[in-house]
Design a protein around this ligand. Structure first.
Ligand code: TLP
Length: 345
């Protein structure tokens, strides 16, 4: 069989030859001593792109979120977030285990937003009995809400509610450049009302490793200590940062192609009886299974060489990325049609 079309995540994307070439010649130094010029350049560039004073390079999006939580809160605090947020769903309760904070999860709306009234009602002032709410965590694009691009205005209304009550706001912008492309605004505008923002280099941007956490000088200085505590202080890591610099230069403007491919995939799936796909705003296609079982379809797709992941009891996720062309989408739809033909449901 020809090679599989891997739509499990944009994290499966591989570095291009040009990216590898940039990595090979990167000047490096010991970054824990602050000696790596390529990391310094990436952090400077990232801060500029996000409109923040400073930035710190971390190995993963999960560590970026955890460092943000640790830096914004103290043990015994409460953080407020959506029940579909990555921090709540997929980060193994790291905030509770390492930060000693309690999470109050509010229902996410289908478009990835939270209800500002519910956020206001959830905020607690520290007293003899109650923990104090000190951080609101938002996400954009919103992964579990089908890659929804949350509008700038929605983010700023929620941030205002938090700031009025003295909470800080962290934005998990793992896919913020996808949001920016979909909304037609610069990423910094999406992050403007947030105190900190993280973004991933290893998803749509096609890097092998890395995320960046951005905020004020003071925040980033304290974040560096938390990164070190978690074991995220890295040494000659300019070799990886060079991939990030390459990606910020070359791989941002092309994200609209991934979005168009996701729409084409969803349109094709909609024609096939067993599937009810979302109307993707970005690169994430969420497919509700209306006939047959999720596991059965995942297996049937895999037999035809199309890989997706489970995203709920009867829900599959397919993600487009830099290694998937429009021809791959047509090919995938052909293979899925073959899977439907071979499956009696
Ligand atoms: N998400 C992964 C899985 O963990 C679900 C994926 O395949 O989408 N924030 C958001 C919004 C994310 O989607 C992810 C990764 C992260 C943070 C964590 O990034 P990494 O994997 O670098 O720790």
């Amino acid at each position: 069989m020809t090679s599989a079309i891997d739509l499990r995540s944009d994290t499966v994307s591989r570095p291009s030859d040009a990216m590898r070439a940039a990595m090979a010649v990167a000047p490096v130094g010991d970054d824990v001593f602050g000696d790596d010029p390529t990391v310094a350049l990436l952090e400077e560039r990232a801060a500029e792109v996000m409109g923040k004073e400073a930035a710190v390079f971390v190995p993963s999006g999960t560590m970026a979120n955890l460092v943000a939580v640790l830096t914004h809160t103290k043990p015994g605090d409460e953080i407020i977030l959506g029940d579909q947020n990555h921090i709540f769903q997929y980060e193994l309760a790291g905030a509770a285990r390492f930060g000693g904070v309690i999470t109050h999860a509010l229902p996410n709306e289908a478009n990835g937003a939270l209800d500002p009234n519910q956020v206001a009602a959830a905020i607690r002032r520290e007293d003899m009995h109650a923990p104090g709410s000190t951080l609101l965590c938002l996400e954009n694009t919103h992964n579990r809400c089908g890659g929804a691009a949350v509008p700038v205005e929605t983010i700023s209304v929620l941030a205002d509610v938090a700031h009025q009550r003295k909470l800080s706001v962290h934005l998990d912008g793992a896919r913020i450049f996808n949001a920016a492309a979909a909304l037609g605004v610069p990423a910094r505008q999406i992050a403007e009302s947030c105190d900190s923002v993280s973004f991933c280099l290893s998803k749509g941007l096609g890097c092998p490793i890395g995320s960046v956490l951005c905020g004020s000088h003071d925040f980033v200085q304290r974040a560096r200590r938390n990164r070190k505590m978690l074991g995220g202080g890295m040494r000659q890591v300019g070799i990886i940062a060079a991939a990030g610099l390459y990606a910020l230069e070359n791989n941002v403007t092309r994200l609209a192609e991934d979005h168009a491919n996701a729409r084409a995939l969803a349109d094709g799936l909609r024609e096939l009886g067993p599937f009810r796909p979302n109307s993707p705003e970005t690169n994430i296609v969420i497919v509700d299974i209306v006939r047959g079982s999720l596991d059965g379809w995942l297996d049937a797709f895999a037999r035809e060489g199309v890989q997706g992941v489970a995203f709920g009891p009867q829900r599959m996720r397919l993600v487009t990325h830099i290694n998937i062309t429009r021809a791959d989408i047509d090919d995938a739809l052909g293979r899925i049609q073959a899977a439907v033909g071979a499956t009696a449901v």
